[in-house]
Design a protein around this ligand. Structure first.
Ligand code: CP3
Length: 340
């Protein structure tokens, strides 16, 4: 048997010979080749065109030599495939034609079920990508977690504190449960499709979950996230959110194999909160990507040193690559990680 890719080893809890690294949002606007490929094509159209999605997924692997590709898609793609009126507005994010504000809106959303062959373009894109990557570089699939998706669906677009979603959670817990169970089915099916077509691991993005208390998370959100993660038990599952120092054990309890951590807490402290036996991913502060190399390098040393407290560590940013990032800096981080 050939050795498993280093990222998969780390996500399964053993420390590989080198520090594996990839970047959230590595496939995207920081790359001139991405901007050229995307020119003239709307974001969600690009996601649903297998040749484009595969090409964009491969670009950061070719350029940076990262240890994994992350599938080029978006958290709202499965809703789009279910026929929901959603677009991604450049510079803003997902915008819904009919935000879920009352029982009729909710019934309308839930009535948008996924047709049997809904994921055909996704599976084709994943299969093409995996064939090009070969056995050494795994593809990571992903989906949006029910809370983060609900934050967009209820608000109708991006919001600061996700107030409307958090209000609905308490004002009408039944409606909230119907909504999050639906989103769990949709995101779970998206993960299944990617794994079926060849993804080696997945990440569940609950980017905005840090706005919840632990009690609210455990009561109103964890069951739906757990249902989503339970759809793909055969691959390692990373669970990621920002602003989550108070939620780390709860995120693990949702059924994750590894936890993604943002820059707000050192990885050794995060690992201690997790009981010391969970692989961690992160947590370069994206703000430091624009700092002089010696400053960034000292930060990388600190991140890697703190990561040694966990059973294994996958180097990544604490959140996505900012669009204005110099791609050369990302390449240099990969060289640094692989050279130590
Ligand atoms: O990580 C990758 O490189 C893979 C692709 C990926 C995208 N979105 C592509 C994308 C992934 C993993 C996502 C996840 C995603 N989408 C999340 C969770 C991760 C996070 O950053 O917290 C969220 C919250 C979304 C929703 C979304 N889609 C937002 C907020 C935006 C940004 C809007 C903007 O223009 O600032 C998008 C659009 C989007 N998704 C882009 C990309 C490459 C930019 C599209 C463009 O080129 O204009």
């Amino acid at each position: 048997m050939p050795a498993e890719p280093v990222i998969v080893q780390a996500l399964r809890g053993s420390r590989p010979e080198r520090l594996p690294v990839w970047f959230m949002r590595q496939a995207g606007r920081s790359l001139p080749e991405y901007r050229a490929t995307r020119a003239g094509t709307a974001m969600l159209d690009a996601c649903l065109t297998p040749e484009l999605a595969a090409e964009i997924t491969l670009q950061p692997v070719r350029r940076h030599g990262v240890d994994a590709a992350v599938f080029f898609s978006d958290i709202v793609v499965p809703l789009k495939l279910a026929g929901v009126d959603v677009e991604i507005v450049p510079g803003r994010g997902p915008v819904f034609g009919r935000p879920v504000r009352d029982a009729a809106d909710l019934a309308d959303l839930v009535a948008h079920d996924l047709p049997d062959d809904a994921f055909a373009p996704i599976e084709e894109a994943v299969a093409r990508t995996v064939a090009e990557l070969g056995p050494d570089v795994p593809l990571l699939g992903f989906a949006g977690a029910p809370f983060t998706l609900a934050a967009y669906v209820v608000e109708g677009g991006p919001s600061k504190d996700h107030l409307r979603a958090r209000t609905l959670m308490h004002a009408d817990p039944e409606a909230w449960r119907t909504l999050t169970e639906h989103l769990a089915r949709v995101s779970g099916a998206f993960l299944r499709a990617q794994v079926r077509a060849g993804a080696s691991a997945v990440q569940l993005f609950d980017s905005w979950v840090g706005s919840l208390s632990e009690a609210d998370y455990r009561t109103h959100v964890l069951p739906a996230s757990a249902a989503t993660l339970a759809e793909v038990p055969e691959v390692p599952r990373i669970h990621f959110g920002t602003g989550t120092p108070h939620l780390l054990p709860a995120l693990r309890d949702a059924g994750a194999d590894a936890i993604g951590v943002d820059h707000r807490i050192p990885l050794d402290a995060a690992s201690a909160l997790l009981g010391g036996d969970v692989p961690v991913q992160g947590n370069i502060d994206p703000a430091l990507l624009g700092a002089p190399w010696p400053v960034l390098e000292a930060h990388l040393e600190a991140v890697a040193a703190a990561g040694r407290a966990a059973p294994a560590h996958v180097l990544n940013l604490g959140h996505g690559v900012p669009p204005e990032t110099d791609p050369g800096v990302l390449t240099r981080i990969v060289e640094w990680a692989h050279g130590r």
